[in-house]
Ligand binder design. Sequence first.
Ligand code: ADP
Ligand code: ADP
Length: 228
Amino acid sequence: DAMISVRNMSKLYGDFVALDRLNFDVQRGEKIVVLGPSGSGKSTLIRTFNRIEPHDSGSILIDGTLIDDKTNLTQLRCMVGMVFQNYNLFPHLSVVDNCTLAPQLVRSLSRKEAKDMALHFLRQVGIPEQANKYPIQLSGGQQQRVAIARALCMQPEVMLFDEPTAALDPEAITGVVSIMNTLAEQGITTLCVTHEMAFSRHIADKIIFMDRGRILEITPPEEFFTTP
Ligand code: ADP
Ligand code: ADP
């Protein structure tokens, strides 16, 4: 069964139709890149999956569960992790404490359990030696890895990335590609909004191409990038 199943799903801002009756499925472990012009609805689309933007009609099922106004948002946001463009780290907390705070509160882990898990994921994203630093002491690429490790500490089924490469140099972009591949190997489903065509080609199992709130195409990258 699909990990994410979207049927006739629409989202309005006032009377502006930001997402127009979308239909598609995402399979477990797939890496999806969402491309399209600025303002086409890419961010809005992925934000309907963790209900930062509630949809107005149609349906969204995640792992078979209907996402609607009765959904427990804490549980949903554990299951559907998000890495924001500006990372949204807590500036007054160390790297490891950024990662351990929510698991202690939401998953009722002990401080020791949460810390062991945080160090595991900080190693996985390649920055274990930064654990005791503060976000301001890190580069943009390192802060982004903290944001990814923090989301992984909630043991998500789905990870959403909103323009993860926007502020990164080419080396850091390569790092993000390899992290997303690792997540896919672990069966985590990833959706990523980006403008970087080269990045998409390397990362994506499928590309969703949006324009004015609609999906024009869902194709594997080799078809998307083939010029007739
Ligand atoms: P993209 O990510 O493709 O750049 P967005 O999903 O951010 O597009 O936005 C899609 C459209 O919805 C844009 O026209 C944008 O101006 C509009 N929009 C986004 N967020 C809001 C909001 N909170 N209120 C009103 N309009 C919004
Ligand atoms: P992105 O394309 O990454 O979503 P934007 O700069 O379009 O970034 O949007 C930044 C924030 O402003 C988002 O939270 C979005 O919901 C909001 N926003 C975007 N467009 C509008 C709009 N026309 N009216 C109100 N809020 C908006």
